[in-house]
Design a protein around this ligand. Structure first.
Ligand SMILES: *[C@@H]1O[C@H](CO)[C@@H](O)[C@H](O)[C@H]1NC(C)=O
Length: 396
């Protein structure tokens, strides 16, 4: 063998490697919004550029990537529509997307940014700034002519969604909504709005299954996470909540015919100074809905007004439901390893439907105190059992 000749098997190896390498890297095209005319100056409207980048990515037969570099991009309301030619669009955001500060503009639609009928979309990083302050001020001044506002980011009828490392600040209305979605993973998300900003729920899930929300920090003016009708197989883990109204299943039972909520796990959550901890809430109205197989596990309450609460007599201003019993049937709800401090004397409150009492409520290793003393529990139409150490003493 001469010095400049490689052994035959070695050449084969090189050829094989380079061929398979070429096959493995079928070009995934990247579309940088700047190429489409977006301006990172915070004042030029970049709506068209973002839409055009999306159209390219969506029509690409191969996996596609959209890139948003650093800077501020002003965007009007956008719907990213699906039925795309590929099932892998990854959106990487290094910059900040900002909504118009004029709520009359954004509020014309129910969402600022929405994805509809998409399959296989991921969003990594980025800041979404809903600029909700002016609308909250309007609402908080009791002006009756304020618009409802727009949700910052909504996924509608979509599946295989991943959101990672996204920050949403100051939404006009809800921050993030999953509506009619399957197989959603949300992780390392940060949500921030003031404690007195109205209706700024952190993440809302409805008519959706197999949604996972993990490792996220939610500080907002309404529910940190709210769970609407038709939610099943929802997994929530490692959440910091507060300020906010806690994690809430409901409000349910507004409609007579309403799909139920089942198989929900809420695990390892810290609630700090929130209005509620873990709550189930239904209107005092007739309904066919239900809540079953819910598991609240390992929660820390720090000065929470209602750490554990079921309220089936929700009827604000006594309008649309006075004197009616909730039709929502609540069963098999477990509270396990819930500890910390209550900001009010009644730390555990089960106020169930007189017509359909709650059943299969389980309290296991619960310790909640009020001002360093024993708190109280209150039960109405609630049945179940207590296991292990339960303080306040169970009223089930
Ligand atoms: C309950 O939900 C989890 C995900 O949170 C899922 O893995 C599991 O399969 C579901 N169980 C049933 C019986 O649907």
């Amino acid at each position: 063998m001469s010095n400049n000749t490689y052994p035959l098997p070695f050449l084969f190896l090189i050829i094989t490697l380079s061929c398979s390498f070429n096959f493995a890297t079928v070009k995934s095209s990247t579309f940088d919004v700047i190429q489409f005319g977006a301006k990172p100056d915070g004042i030029t409207d970049s709506t068209k550029a973002f839409l055009n980048a999306w159209t390219k990515a969506c029509s690409s037969p191969n996996p596609a990537a959209i890139y948003v570099p650093q800077g501020k991009f002003l965007l009007g309301t956008i719907t990213f529509s699906g039925n795309c030619a590929n099932k892998a669009i990854s959106i990487t955001i290094d910059g900040t997307l900002i909504a118009s500060s004029n709520y009359r503009v954004t509020s014309k639609a129910s969402n600022w940014l929405s994805f509809q009928n998409v399959d296989g979309v991921s969003i990594r990083g980025g800041v979404l700034d809903g600029q909700g302050t002016a609308l909250w001020n309007c609402k908080n001044s009791n002006n009756r002519n304020c618009p409802t506002g727009a949700t910052t980011l909504e996924f509608i009828s979509s599946k295989n969604i991943m959101i990672s490392g996204l920050t949403s600040v100051n939404s006009e209305l809800f921050h993030i909504v999953f509506n009619g979605c399957q197989y959603v993973k949300t992780q390392d998300v940060k949500i921030v709005a003031p404690g007195n900003s109205p209706n700024t729920d952190g993440i809302h899930v409805q008519l959706s299954s197999h949604v996972t929300i993990v490792n996220s920090k939610i500080h907002t003016g309404d529910d940190c996470i709210s769970i609407g009708p038709g939610t099943n197989s929802l997994w929530i883990e490692k959440i910091e909540c507060g300020p906010g109204h806690g994690i809430s299943i409901g409000s349910l039972g507004w409609e007579l015919n309403e799909p139920g909520v089942q198989n929900v796990t809420v695990k390892t959550v810290t609630f700090t100074g929130t209005q509620n901890g873990v709550r189930i809430k239904s209107w005092g109205r007739a309904s066919n809905g239900f809540v079953r197989n819910v598991f609240f596990q390992d929660a820390t309450m720090v000065n929470v007004q209602n750490p554990i609460v079921i309220d089936q007599n929700y009827c604000p201003d006594n309008k649309n439901c006075p004197g009616q019993a909730s039709g929502i049937k609540i069963s098999d709800v477990t509270y396990q390893d819930i500890h910390g401090t209550s900001a009010t004397q009644v730390a555990v409150k089960f106020d169930c439907s007189s017509k359909y009492p709650c059943s299969g409520i389980k309290l296991e290793d619960v310790k909640l105190t009020y001002k360093n003393q024993v708190a109280e529990a209150s039960c109405n139409h609630a049945g179940g059992a207590a296991l292990g150490l339960v303080l306040p003493e169970s009223c089930l």
